[in-house]
Design a protein around this ligand. Structure first.
Ligand SMILES: [Zn+2]
Length: 638
């Protein structure tokens, strides 16, 4: 937990003296804490099970995955206080370039800062396992591996996790006056609280602690189990700020002597540098519990809005309705947590994901209500949780990998396959693209096949191979396409195509009936143009294409400028050609007959007296059945 939600739940039990307590399923004896469900023990399995793996086999499995495939690389990013290696896993192909040849964007997923949060290593490892398992899917995961550098640190606090696994049923519980007082929103009668602190309930790292669980007063015990640094209070820029951390070494929220004083904190920065940090677009720190995406508002309104939107998308992708709400801290408020470090430091969406249970704790699974039982997820829940949160994090990665764009178009005659229009964007340096085109004139009453290829998988399929929405998302099912232009006298026209009969293309084969690079990155539909549409004698004929990727992001309306992240999207134009929005829009850059008139957002050209997509484009686009994008655009402008 990064917040007090769970800590303040329930009433502290037991005496004011330090005690070693034992977790039981249903035994209520002296010094026993009955959970109400079986007490999970670390399981000696490398592969995922209905339970929580011991650290050694978990790490061995990830190391094996790194040896087995080119898409997983194990990198030591530091060493714990007790000299244990801290590993990061880089998910991606070796070249650090996108398929287009651009520097790859990066994401950083961190796990197990807090030792007792056993769901975190499982959920973190599950992401690595998913990428390894689906590396050859030819679709979503191949796209992410090719075009994004995902760095996962499954267990940052190795020493602490091992301490909890050494004593899976035991804990040191004691009151401590150095713990920070509850904040104003909490009401807790005690001057200080009776908390579990070591053994199964260790939260902090092992700074100043030996690996023996004992209580003060026991023979040979120095009661050092109180010590350790809370690694989620050890970070810039809000180190030592606010009241949810403490300078007292025994406190549960002890922040350490200075920001990044701990080797584990430094290891997380080393993992970020693998991105490298200049390419980071997403950070998630995986904790439990309370079932929420915590985060930060940094005051950068575009970044803050995208962070909210991505969190909401991920929450929906868990498949459980509106669980996992987004709860950002207000700008300027911090406690020294990692989401602040990455959110403020890099102006990227940055989250503290608190895995279930809800703030009610183990009561969600029928527990007896011990005040910290939310940290002990029942073993029979973790397989589902791994699945839900892998789907959620994958959606976040897909979002931040970048907006969709229309990369390639082909129009051919159905009768003989003759290409009438072929165009594709080709990278020209790192900022711009150009099109390479074949153009002929379209004619009325001829049946054509249109093939559109996008830069990313736009859809996913179910086990039966049918195109379905990604869990919890509601993208437009089909692209919207209109043949647009200006006739010989300069009057605008438009002819929306019926795209409902088209299909997304999941099979290999390229134009006109197969995918381009990844499954479902392409779409095809046949059409003909009525006599009334003057395409054969127009001064300009073009396509107006709108589409949403499966996360609901609209197209980069002008692929000429290459999109990037800079605290908001750059080069991600809307339908008006604006680059200072993050909504995307309708692509009108593909012209079959080009009169040189300006595109939206360009200054008026010399010829044509202002194009149909110049000054009057808003009205015309609204008439094309593309009003949805414009409504969205207006809405987001507010
Ligand atoms: Zn935590």
């Amino acid at each position: 937990m990064t917040r007090w939600l769970a800590l303040a739940l329930g009433t502290a039990s037991g005496s004011a003296t330090a005690q070693i307590l034992t977790l039981t399923e249903d035994q209520f004896g002296a010094n026993q804490v009955p959970l109400g469900y079986p007490v999970p023990l670390p399981i000696e399995s490398q592969t995922p099970v209905d339970g929580f793996r011991a650290y050694a086999p978990l790490r061995a499995h990830l190391a094996d995955l790194a040896l087995a495939g080119a898409d997983v690389t194990e990198i030591q990013v530091g060493q714990s206080l007790n000299q244990r290696p801290i590993y990061a896993y880089r998910l991606g192909d070796a070249d650090a370039l996108t398929v287009e040849g651009l520097p790859e964007p990066a994401a950083l997923i961190n796990g197990t800062i807090h030792a007792r949060e056993w769901a975190s290593p499982e959920v973190s490892a599950a992401l690595i396992e998913r990428f390894a398992e689906r590396a050859d899917d030819g679709g979503l995961y191949r796209y992410l591996l090719d075009n994004l550098n995902v760095v996962v640190v499954p267990v940052l606090n190795v020493d602490g996790l091992l301490q909890t696994q050494r004593y899976p049923t035991q804990m040191l519980q004691t009151e401590y006056s150095g713990d920070p007082q509850p904040d104003q929103q909490q009401s807790e009668p005690e001057a200080y609280r009776n908390y579990p602190r070591d053994g199964r309930f260790r939260r902090k790292n092992m700074n100043g602690v030996d690996e023996v669980l004992c209580a003060a007063g026991d023979a040979g015990c120095t009661a050092d189990g109180m010590n350790g640094v809370d690694l989620n209070r050890n970070n810039t820029p809000y180190f030592g700020s606010g009241n949810q951390n403490s300078g007292a070494a025994g406190a549960l929220l002890y922040r350490g002597t200075s920001a990044a004083s701990e080797p584990e904190t430094q290891a997380l920065d080393a993992a970020a540098a693998l991105g490298p940090t200049a390419r980071l677009r997403l950070f998630i720190d995986i904790h439990s519990f309370s079932r929420v995406y915590f985060g930060v508002d940094t005051g950068n309104t575009r970044r803050d809005a995208i962070a909210r939107s991505v969190a909401q998308g991920m929450a929906a992708a868990t498949g459980a309705g509106n669980r996992y709400p987004y709860s950002p801290s207000p700008a300027g408020y911090g406690i020294g947590s990692t989401d602040e470090h990455f959110g403020y430091g890099y102006q990227i969406p940055a989250y503290t994901l608190e895995i279930e249970p809800s703030a009610n704790g183990g009561i969600d699974y029928g527990s007896f209500g011990y005040h910290h039982d939310g940290f002990v997820l029942p073993a029979d829940q973790i397989a589902r949780v791994r699945q839900e949160l892998t789907a959620a994090t994958t959606l976040g990665l897909y979002r931040m990998a970048g907006p969709p764009l229309l990369r390639q178009v082909r129009i051919e005659r159905v009768s003989d396959g003759h290409p009438v229009f072929v165009a594709s964007w080709q990278r020209d340096g790192n900022q711009r693209r150009q099109t390479v085109e074949t153009r002929e004139t379209l004619s009325p009453q001829v049946e054509y096949r249109l093939w559109l290829a996008f830069n990313k998988p736009m859809r996913v399929r179910n086990a039966s191979g049918a195109v379905v929405q990604y869990t919890g998302q509601s993208a437009d099912p089909m692209p919207s396409v209109a043949i647009t232009g200006a006739d010989a006298s300069g009057s605008g026209f438009s002819h929306p195509l019926d795209t409902s009969a088209g299909q997304w293309l999941g099979a290999a084969g390229n134009a006109p009936s197969g995918l381009s690079r990844y499954a479902d990155d392409s779409y095809t539909v046949t059409f003909s143009i009525p006599d009334a549409v003057p395409v054969d004698q127009a001064r300009r004929v073009g396509l107006a294409v709108g589409a949403e990727d499966f996360a609901g992001q609209a197209l980069d309306a002008n692929p000429r400028t290459i999109g990037n992240w800079d605290g908001g999207w750059t080069g991600y134009e809307d339908s008006q050609g604006n680059d200072d929005t993050d909504s995307g829009g309708v692509d009108v850059t593909m012209r079959i007959v080009d009169d040189g008139s300006p595109l939206p957002g360009q200054s008026a050209g010399s010829s044509g007296g202002g194009g149909a997509f110049g000054g009057g484009s808003l009205l015309l686009l609204a008439g094309l059945g593309l009003g949805r994008y414009l409504r969205r655009w207006r809405h987001r402008r507010r």
